[in-house]
Write a protein that binds this ligand. Structure first.
Ligand code: XMP
Length: 514
């Protein structure tokens, strides 16, 4: 049986990060809402309580019955988790005015405690809390302090229970991964069996059992998730998988052809559908971003369904849904900023069942699985690309000519990014989470080319660093790279006479412009 750590989510921004760190320790974990602890799951080997945007004193603060797991499994409370354990067991949490945000150092810690095995003196930790624990439960003892916070970490003498005020999951807690390893591997006794290879082996066996001789349909988008999903299914059921790849006309330059060739090289059974005519017609004159998204989403489902219905004996619809897609849908504070559209909607009359083999994986794990399956690097390392494609990167209405201009400019940007080598020998493309070009087609500016006045559109280059697209920072691209790209775009792309670089982070901006 696959062991697992349960992470109870109290709504912190970093809950997913805790999950990824545990997976990096080759241990499976599940992130569940704070009040959904699974009863009698024999696979559970430990429990982690996340941070929270709330104070334990807020009337709407999330409260949990700790007796469900304390004393039964090793437990680690992080930030709010630590405060709540104290608050619920006779300790004290107060607003003392000693808020701590940012770096701190562990001035004293219990070197004998297994949680701190291998820790260095003055180890740097990351704090982010308004309330402070001012008293811990009577059966607990303090195991670490910082200059400002006496109860930076404490442990129970009665149960396998630890609590830390700081965030071991974030990069700036320099020995945070070690702390989590001490907890997951030494304390919870993880066998460390979770790996891309073990995932592929067990998933192929499961898919064979689940699908038997049934026919399966899958919508490909050209992106990493659906491509890995298809390759995995292909390994399990071969020709019983039929993939549908719809070209809405707003993909990157030559993307449809290139990706179709890559899929065929992987031995996938793919039907390519050029539906660009329909999309351009339906989008004619539409300028509102949400309307554009809605039309594309609707058309996509129509085209996909028409194609899917031709496969009359299909029983399953496979989707490349990954774990963060599902955790976000459990999000406590989540809100819709843009209506995202993804491949496929279920043609109801077909009564297809859903098959989502990547539903437990984080993005970096999907890439590792792709590697394990022998997929080409360029397909695996692809940046995320929005479902509505270049339509959300063209301000105002969409025409074939505008798409052509944007494709040409974007191609120069992205190809240069692949070809630019960083000091560590990898490409600049691999250093950023996502890059793309935006055509500011509602704006014109004056320029001069040769002896002639120009009055054309600017493009904005966008490149961001991110862990999960929930937050992002603009990438600090090398100046010589930007100079080359700008020069090449203005010289080669008819219709563009100015290049800008977008230096906004998310939040408050978003990654895509529309
Ligand atoms: P925003 O613009 O909201 O984008 O910061 C966050 C991430 O989502 C991608 N994106 C989409 N992905 N369907 C998708 O599958 C969509 O409709 C869609 N819109 C945006 C965006 O590229 C970024 O990676």
């Amino acid at each position: 049986m696959q062991q697992k750590i349960i992470i109870l989510d109290f709504g912190s921004q970093t809950t997913q990060l805790i999950g990824r760190r545990v997976r990096e320790l080759d241990t499976f974990c599940e992130i569940l809402p704070y009040n959904k602890f699974p009863k009698d799951d024999p696979a559970v080997i430990g429990v982690i309580l996340s941070g929270s945007p709330y104070s334990v004193h807020d009337p709407e603060a999330f409260k949990v019955d700790l007796s469900q797991f304390v004393g039964k499994y090793p437990v680690l409370g992080i930030c709010y988790g630590a405060q709540f354990i104290s608050y619920a067991n006779g300790g004290k949490v107060e607003q003392t005015g000693t808020r701590e945000y940012g770096r701190a150092n562990l001035r004293q810690f219990d070197k004998e405690n297994p949680l701190f095995k291998g820790f260095e003196d003055d180890s740097q930790v990351w704090m982010s809390h308004g309330d402070t624990i001012t008293a811990i439960p009577s059966d607990c003892h303090v195991i670490a302090s910082t200059a400002d916070v006496r109860f930076a970490a404490y442990a129970s003498t009665k149960y396998p229970l630890w609590a830390v005020q700081f965030h071991p999951e974030v990069f700036h807690s320099t020995q945070g991964t070690l702390l989590l390893k001490n907890f997951v591997v030494d304390i919870c006794k993880s066998r460390r069996e979770w790996s891309a290879a073990s995932f592929v082996d067990s998933t192929v066996v499961d898919l064979k059992a689940q699908l038997g001789d049934d026919r399966v349909i899958l919508g490909l988008s050209g992106g990493v998730d659906s491509s890995v999903c298809a390759t995995l299914l292909n390994r399990a059921i071969g020709k019983n998988l039929t993939c549908i790849f719809v070209d809405h006309g707003m993909l990157r330059k030559n993307e449809f052809k290139k990706v179709m060739a890559a899929y065929e090289g992987l031995g996938l059974n793919v039907i390519g559908v050029d539906a660009s005519e329909k999309f351009f017609k339906d989008l004619e004159g539409v300028t509102d971003p949400e309307k554009k998204r809605k039309i594309i989403g609707r058309d996509f489902v129509e085209v996909f369904n028409a194609e899917a219905k031709k496969i009359t004996d299909a029983k399953w619809l496979a989707q490349g849904t990954i774990y963060p897609d599902r955790i976000e849908s459990l999000s406590i504070t989540g809100m819709t900023i843009k209506s995202h559209h993804n491949v496929g909607g279920l043609p109801k009359e077909m009564k297809l069942q859903l098959c989502e083999p990547l539903q437990w994986l984080f993005k970096d794990e999907v890439r590792r699985v792709g590697n394990q399956l022998g997929m080409p690097e360029r397909l695996i390392k692809r940046h995320p690309f929005p479902g509505p494609g270049l339509a959300v990167r063209i301000l105002g209405d969409i025409t074939r000519e505008k798409v052509r201009i944007l494709q040409d400019a974007d191609d120069i940007y992205i190809e240069n990014m692949h070809n630019y080598t960083m000091p560590d020998g990898t490409s600049l493309y691999d250093h950023v989470w996502q890059a793309g070009t935006v055509l500011l087609s509602t704006i014109r500016s004056v320029g001069v080319m040769g002896d002639e006045r120009t009055y054309e559109h600017p493009v904005a280059l966008r490149a961001v660093t991110s862990q999960d697209a929930m937050t992002a920072d603009w990438a600090h691209l090398p100046y010589d790279f930007m100079a080359k790209v700008s020069n090449e775009i203005i010289n080669k792309v008819k219709g563009v006479n100015r290049v800008c670089y977008d230096i906004s982070s998310k939040p408050p901006s978003t990654i895509e412009w529309e």
